[in-house]
Design a protein around this ligand. Structure first.
Ligand code: ATP
Length: 488
């Protein structure tokens, strides 16, 4: 249930920053009011070139401070509604709060294999969609009669020439822009040019997730609070459930150690991963993605692709993904090619091709993990060398902090401290497992996991002369390694 209705329809999202080429033009006074619909043509053109992505408040209605939202969400009416909801379902797992049709089937859950789609359950249907933007006195026809039916659980890639209408299409499916002509059905809600904004805001909040380029995080909120926010607005979960789910989502994108960082303290790739965690936290039925791995390095691209694959296969989440990346489109069931505002052609991806893409992905992940292990071993050797050389000199060197999670700095603060182990947060590990459903909602005590290689102690012991084991820092590290082994 949204906390408050939106004050204005969201402004269309555009995938490119044109602001540099338009920097000479001052913002029109009206642009700050935020109204897309009903603006003058000059306003529209300005907004198009200024906007990167809709804000949280544009997507979900007015977003007050987190405290205010939490206060509102804990009001008695919400609590009552929530209690009624709690009675209906056992919530031992996140999945249990999903409607039955949305739960993963036994066969998918256990194997993580590619499921053959049964084309009988359309979740998004576009009927003769037209979109014409006003630019000065001219109309720009961005979409010219697009009809498309997307099945529940389908992964559709939208591909095509620049200016072909991909973003316009994504905006319309995301209900952040309305068609000029035509109508569409999303999750059983029929949307016409006259559909009320409150209806659209509720739909966005409850059914849709957005992974858009530069879809800004709220700078005054930590990563955890940003991820919690859509759940707070939805108002279905208790505070501890929200937190558990937000932590789990952040762990799934490998950011379990960045929970309390503000966006300004995160790298671009990390911010992108927070937006993905935020998008999946509410378990949307349809996830709209625009170049989801655009800002990420190879390792994080692999991580996110694997996560997306899991969500698609295990949770049966529907993806509509705009991309220019030929590699990414291999994971889609279908590729829709857009040109000049029309669907130029549609290509089914052969299941063997998708299977190959997945196998290649898993091989690459394994390769990267191997490299990480090699790096960790080399680091261990260096650390031990330092320790051994310094062990006669009193206190000796402090144990080194080694961040060995894929894509992380080798000295990420807050990561564990043992020299020889490859320590991962549970969520990090889940990202790489072959069957990684969304974790249970039951709060778990914080644990740390190691990759299932040789034990930490054995690894260390192999690198240390016997006589050093119980002395000074080397002994301390070994004991720590043993403690970690016991925790696993
Ligand atoms: N707000 C707007 N005002 C005016 N014209 C627009 C607006 N948004 C898009 N257009 C125009 O509509 C056409 C389709 O644009 P759209 O952004 O949908 O294409 P695209 O396929 O996403 O392109 P790209 O791959 O380059 O991002 C283009 O000619 C573009 O200039």
């Amino acid at each position: 249930m949204p906390v408050s209705p939106p004050s204005a329809p969201p402004m269309p999202y555009t995938r490119h920053t044109y602001s540099q080429s338009f920097s000479a033009a001052p913002p029109p006074a009206s642009s700050s009011s935020g109204g897309g619909a009903g603006s003058s043509s000059r306003d529209i053109s300005y907004q198009h070139h200024q906007r990167q992505a809709p804000s949280m408040s544009e997507l979900y209605g007015n977003v007050p401070s987190l405290e205010a939202v939490i206060a509102a969400a804990s009001a008695s009416s919400l609590r009552d509604a929530h209690q009624a909801h709690r009675k209906k379902a056992s919530r031992s797992t996140l999945e249990s709060i999903l409607p039955p049709k949305f739960r993963r089937s036994q066969s998918m859950a256990s194997t993580g294999t590619l499921k053959k789609l049964v084309p009988t359950d359309p979740i998004v249907v576009l009927r003769n969609i037209h979109k014409t933007y006003l630019l000065g006195l001219e109309g720009v026809a961005a979409l010219r009669g697009v009809s498309l039916s997307i099945q529940r659980g389908e992964w559709v890639a939208i591909y095509g020439t620049s200016g072909g209408g991909k973003t316009s299409l994504l905006n319309i499916v995301g209900t952040i822009d309305k068609p000029t002509k035509g109508d569409l059905t999303i999750c059983d809600t029929v949307i016409t040019p006259n559909t009320k904004d409150e209806v659209l805001a509720a739909l966005r909040l409850t059914k849709l997730g957005f992974v858009f380029q530069s879809f800004n995080l709220i700078s005054s909120m930590t990563a955890l609070e940003n991820v919690e926010l859509p759940m707070v607005l939805k108002g279905e979960l208790t505070a501890s459930e929200r937190k558990t789910r937000a932590v789990a989502s952040l762990q799934r994108v490998g950011l379990g150690h960045r929970l309390h960082h503000f966006p300004s303290k995160l790298s671009g790739g990390e911010q992108q991963r927070v937006t993905i965690a935020r998008a999946i936290a509410n378990l949307p039925e349809v996830l709209l993605l625009d170049e989801p791995t655009g800002d990420l390095d190879t390792q994080n691209t692999l991580r996110i692709l694997h996560l997306l694959h899991s969500l698609n296969v295990e949770q049966h989440m529907t993806f509509i993904m705009v991309t220019h990346d030929v590699y990414l489109k291999n994971f889609a069931h279908r590729v829709v090619y857009m040109r000049d505002g029309k669907i130029h052609r549609v290509e089914m991806t052969r299941s063997q091709k998708r299977k190959d893409a997945l196998e290649e992905l898993e091989a690459k992940i394994a390769e990267h993990e191997g490299r990480t292990s090699v790096r960790a071993t080399q680091e261990t050797a260096r650390t031990e060398e330092t320790l051994l050389h310094s062990s006669g000199g009193g206190g000796g060197a402090a144990p080194r902090t080694i961040g060995t999670v894929a894509g992380e700095s080798a000295h990420a603060p807050g990561r564990f401290v043992s020299a020889a182990t490859e320590v991962r947060e549970p969520g990090d590990y889940a990202t790489y497992s072959t069957s990684c459903g969304i974790p249970a909602i039951t709060p778990e005590p914080p644990t740390r996991m190691m990759m299932p290689h040789a034990s930490s102690r054995d690894k260390l012991a192999a690198t240390l002369p016997e006589q050093q084991i119980d002395r000074g820092d080397a002994g301390r590290i070994l004991r720590t390694a043993e403690a970690i082994d016991q925790m696993v």
